[in-house]
Write a protein that binds this ligand. Structure first.
Ligand code: HEM
Length: 445
C-alpha cells in the first residue's frame, strides 16, 4: 500500500484536490514537509506518488511503452476528448497513431504554419493604437485559437471559421471555468441536468460533435489540403483502410484542445516576464532588431535569446504542472520497488524549481539556458518518453513568431508593477488577472 510506505497528507481526497486548485503552492509545502517522493490523494482511495527528481523522470520516460500507461489523470479526460484520443490510448495502438500523426508536426509542415501564425498575429494587433489597454491573456487566446483552427482545419476567415470559433469558445469556457477542475475528476462526471457543470458540458459536446462530423463529410469530398485534417484523412493502414470518423473526431478535438489554451497561457506568461525586467526586454529587442524590416520566420525561430526566453517561461510556471503514468508491472523508481497499478506523477513544477538544477528558481533568468544545457529529464514542460507532447515544435514556433512580431511592432508596458500569481484554469496554470498592458508606442515599418 502506497499510503503505508510513503509519507503524505492524511486529509480527505476532496480537501487535497480543492487545496491544490486554490493554492498551487500547496505542492511545494508538501515537498518541504514530506520529502521526495510523497503521495497525494487526488481521487477517492487513489494515491498518486509524486516524484521531483530527474532520475525518476529518466526511469519513467525510458520505461517500455507497454509498461507505463497514461493512467487516471488522462483517463479523466476521456469524456471530454473521446476514448480514441491520442492522450488516452496506450501500448501499440498509441505508438501506431503517433507514427501516423507525427509528420504533421515536423519540419516542412511547420513552415506552412509559420506564415499562418504571423498573419494571425498581424490581424489580431492591427487595430492596437497608442495608449490603448489590452489584456494579453485574452489576445493570446484569440490568436492561438485562430492559429489552431487554421492549422488543424485549414479554415480561413468566413462563416464556417466564425461558427467554429464561437462553438469552441463556448465549449472551452465550460471546462475552463473557475471550478472546472472538478469536471476532470471522474467523481464529478455525473449528468444531473443542464444546470450542473457536467450536464451543461454534455450538451456542448453534442454541438461540437455535430460540427466536427459535418466537417469530416465536407472534407472527404475535398481532400489534399495542407492542414492537419487532410493529413489525418490521408492516413492508410497496411490494408488500405483510413481512420474511422470516431477516431478522426477524437484526434481533431485533442489537437484543438491540447494546442490552444496551453500555448496561449505560455505566451501570456512570456509577455509578463519580459516586461517585468527592462534588461531582458532590451536584450531581446537588440536580438530582434535586424529583423525589423524583414520578418524572416526561419531565422527568427532560431534566435538563441528568444529561444531561452521561451524555455525559461515554460520552466518558471509550466502551463501543465505535472504528468502521470499508471504502472502496468512492478517497477523500481529511485530504488523504491512499486507494485503494478501504482499511479506515479512527475511534478514538472517542482522539478523546475529544484535548487540544484535551477538556482534562484523563482527568478526569470533566460540566461540559465544559454549558460547550461539541460537534458530531457531535467527540463520537462512537454512531458517525455513515448508520450512527449506531439505539439512541442508547433508550440515553440508559435511562441517565437507571436513574441517577435509583437515586440518588433509595438512598445508595450505592464499596467501595474504588482507581481502576478498563477491561477489554475482547467488543467493549465495561467497568470492571474489576464496580464493588463498598455500600448506605449506603435513602431511603423
Ligand atoms: C506551450 C504549449 C504546450 C505545452 C506546455 C504542452 C504540454 C504537454 C504535456 C505536458 C503533455 C503530456 C506529455 C506526457 O504525458 O509526457 C502534452 C501532450 C500532448 N500535446 Fe502538448 N503542450 C503544448 C502545446 C501543444 C500543441 C500546440 C499541440 C498540438 C497542436 C499539442 C498536442 C499534444 C498532444 C497530441 C499530446 C498527446 C501526446 C501523446 O500522448 O502521445 N500540445 N502536451
Amino acid at each position: 500500500m502506497i499510503e503505508e510506505t510513503f509519507p503524505g497528507p492524511t486529509r480527505p481526497w476532496w480537501w487535497q484536490v480543492y487545496t491544490l486548485i486554490r493554492n498551487p503552492s500547496y505542492i511545494s509545502k508538501c515537498l518541504q514537509k514530506y520529502g521526495d517522493p510523497f503521495y497525494l490523494m487526488l481521487e477517492p482511495k487513489t494515491p498518486f506518488l509524486i516524484f521531483t527528481d530527474p532520475t525518476a523522470a529518466r526511469e519513467i520516460f525510458t520505461a517500455h511503452y507497454n509498461d507505463v500507461f497514461a493512467g487516471p489523470v488522462s483517463e479523466s479526460l476521456r469524456p471530454i476528448l473521446g476514448r480514441e484520443s491520442l492522450l488516452l490510448i496506450d501500448g501499440d495502438k498509441h505508438l501506431n497513431m503517433r507514427r501516423f500523426m507525427t509528420p504533421a508536426f515536423t519540419g516542412n509542415a511547420m513552415r506552412v504554419y509559420g506564415s499562418v501564425i504571423r498573419d494571425t498575429t498581424r490581424k489580431n494587433t492591427e487595430l492596437w493604437a497608442k495608449d490603448s489597454h489590452v489584456f494579453i491573456q485574452g489576445v493570446m487566446q484569440n490568436i492561438s485559437l485562430e492559429v489552431i483552427l487554421q492549422a488543424v482545419f485549414g479554415l480561413k476567415e468566413g462563416d464556417r471559421f466564425q461558427k467554429y470559433k464561437q462553438v469552441l469558445v463556448d465549449y472551452i469556457s465550460v471546462f475552463n471555468g473557475k471550478n472546472a477542475i472538478f469536471l476532470y475528476s471522474s467523481a464529478f462526471q455525473k449528468d444531473l441536468g443542464i444546470f450542473t457543470p457536467w450536464g451543461k458540458y454534455l450538451k456542448m459536446v453534442k454541438v461540437v460533435d455535430g460540427l466536427i462530423y459535418e466537417e469530416i463529410k465536407l472534407r472527404k469530398k475535398k481532400p489534399n489540403q495542407q492542414d492537419i485534417f487532410s493529413r489525418l484523412l490521408a492516413i492508410r493502414d497496411e490494408n488500405g483502410n483510413g481512420l474511422s470518423e470516431k477516431v478522426l473526431r477524437d484526434q481533431l478535438l485533442t489537437l484543438l484542445l491540447a494546442g490552444h489554451e496551453t500555448t496561449a497561457s505560455a505566451l501570456a506568461w512570456a509577455f509578463y516576464w519580459i516586461h517585468r525586467d527592462p534588461q531582458i526586454l532590451d536584450t531581446l529587442s537588440c536580438e530582434l532588431q535586424p529583423f525589423c524590416n524583414n520578418f524572416d520566420i526561419e531565422s527568427i525561430t532560431k534566435l538563441p535569446y528568444l529561444d531561452a526566453v521561451c524555455r525559461e517561461t515554460l520552466r518558471l510556471y509550466p502551463v501543465i504542472p505535472a504528468v502521470g503514468r499508471l504502472l502496468q508491472r512492478p517497477m523500481s523508481i529511485m530504488g523504491h520497488t512499486l507494485p503494478a497499478k501504482t499511479n506515479v506523477v512527475l511534478s514538472i513544477y517542482l522539478m523546475h524549481h529544484r535548487p540544484d538544477l535551477y538556482p534562484e528558481s523563482h527568478l526569470f533568468r533566460p540566461k540559465r539556458f544559454i549558460e547550461r544545457e539541460y537534458n530531457s529529464y531535467e527540463y520537462i514542460p512537454f512531458g517525455g518518453g513515448a508520450r512527449r507532447c506531439l505539439g512541442i515544435h508547433f508550440a515553440f514556433y508559435e511562441m517565437k513568431i507571436v513574441l517577435a512580431y509583437i515586440l518588433l511592432h509595438f512598445q508595450l508596458k505592464l499596467r501595474s508593477n504588482k507581481p502576478i500569481s498563477a491561477v489554475r484554469r482547467g488543467v493549465t496554470f495561467l497568470p492571474g488577472g489576464g496580464v493588463p498592458m498598455v500600448i506605449e508606442k506603435k513602431i511603423h515599418q
